[in-house]
Design a protein around this ligand. Structure first.
Ligand code: FAD
Length: 332
């Protein structure tokens, strides 16, 4: 493999029913930085049916070029179709770096493409950089239970690929004056060649919470002890019109479902305000909430690690302070 032939930073732009989802835009922001350092183009890859108009939107978020394959066969995500389309593009245009959102489809596609074009993949990364001199992509992710950050390099194969957690990179402010180039390509397979068909998409209506889009999260940990404590936290959340989050230990204690879990094995969240009530601040929890705009921690242990991550700390018994806060916010 001649590594010199590979140039450009690519971002897979995921869409659902024609709507571009935020993680692709977040990655254009991160990709712009990598492309500027390497002095190459930043390119989006958009697949689907009737998606061409959405491609223009991507220039505002930093793309110089967008490769579009618009075909009915790509209307719904299927590993087979998307892997073939992306694999063909990679073989033809040879990108140096290729990043995908670590969503269900992004993770599935990235691993399939890695196999298809025989390269490596770093999964679930939270930090991206590049060694310009060596032209090496430095994709980092928490490892060993979140105790260290591992930077994984792909030295001998191209493209250098990674999936990146949604909400970790900030979405850039759009600049609608930016212009770029749309490159239309075709997919090499037809519906009748495919082994899979999407008959129906059934949405999970049981998903109790949407933590990732919440502006205010009131999160509880083992310090709130039992159902009575959890009800107290829920009351504060109700008054603030907030969503309830939780540490893993609280989920494991059976006080709420995994949908509420924030952290390494839960969700990454970036609300405007994050209340951490009775949460010790283990690194595996903090990685999921440390980019919140304002973190307010309540803990009765002044040495608790959560205070290192917090902008405001209240050293107090949650059972005294939380009802007081609820009453004050109710009056406001
Ligand atoms: P504790 O650590 O028990 O802390 C309870 C806190 O409450 C203490 O700080 C205590 O001082 C305080 N407290 C007690 N009583 C009161 C009171 N009356 N008023 C105020 N404060 C009080 N954890 C996650 O959260 N998310 C993850 O995604 C996650 N993933 C993990 C992945 C791996 C591979 C591993 C090994 C661990 C993971 N963990 C995760 C677990 C993590 O290491 C911690 O065990 C967990 O976050 C601790 O939860 P906690 O803070 O609720 O409980």
């Amino acid at each position: 493999m001649n590594l010199e032939e590979y140039r450009g930073v690519w971002v897979f732009i995921e869409q659902q029913e024609g709507q571009i989802i935020d993680v692709g835009l977040e990655l254009l922001g991160a990709g712009r930085d990598l492309a500027d350092k390497l002095e190459v183009d930043l390119c989006g890859v958009l697949l689907g049916h009737n998606v061409k108009d959405s491609a223009k939107e991507l220039f505002a978020y930093g793309a110089d070029k967008v490769y579009v394959i618009d075909d009915p066969v790509l209307e719904k995500y299927r590993t087979e179709t998307h892997m073939t389309a992306v694999g063909d593009l990679v073989r033809k245009y040879k990108p140096e770096i290729f990043i995908y959102g670590a969503t269900s489809n992004g993770k599935d596609l990235a691993s399939a493409v890695a196999t298809e074009v025989m390269t490596g993949l770093t999964a679930d990364t939270t930090l991206l950089d590049v060694n310009v001199e060596k032209r090496l992509f430095e994709a980092s992710r928490p490892a060993f239970g979140g105790n260290i950050m591992a930077t994984i390099l792909c030295k001998k194969h191209r493209p250098q690929m990674a999936t990146v957690r949604p909400k970790v990179m900030p979405k850039p402010e759009p600049d609608h004056t930016r212009k770029g180039e749309i490159i239309e390509e075709k997919i090499s397979i037809k519906e009748e060649d495919l082994r899979t068909k999407v008959l129906e998409i059934v949405r999970d209506m049981n998903k109790a919470v949407n933590l990732e889009d919440a502006d205010v999260i009131v999160a509880a940990g083992k310090g709130i002890k039992d159902e009575k404590g959890f009800a107290m936290v829920k009351e504060l959340a109700d008054v603030l019109n907030a969503t309830v989050g939780a540490s893993r230990d609280l989920v494991e204690a059976g006080l709420c479902g995994h949908d509420h879990q924030v952290g390494q094995t839960g969700l990454t969240v970036t609300p405007k305000i994050y209340f951490a009530i009775g949460i010790s601040g283990a690194v595996q929890h903090v990685v999921g909430m440390q980019n919140s705009e304002m973190i307010i921690a309540i803990n009765n242990d002044p040495e608790a690690a959560i205070f290192n991550a917090a902008h405001y700390g209240i050293v107090a018994d949650a059972f005294e302070i939380v009802p007081m806060l609820t009453e004050e916010f109710r009056k406001a």
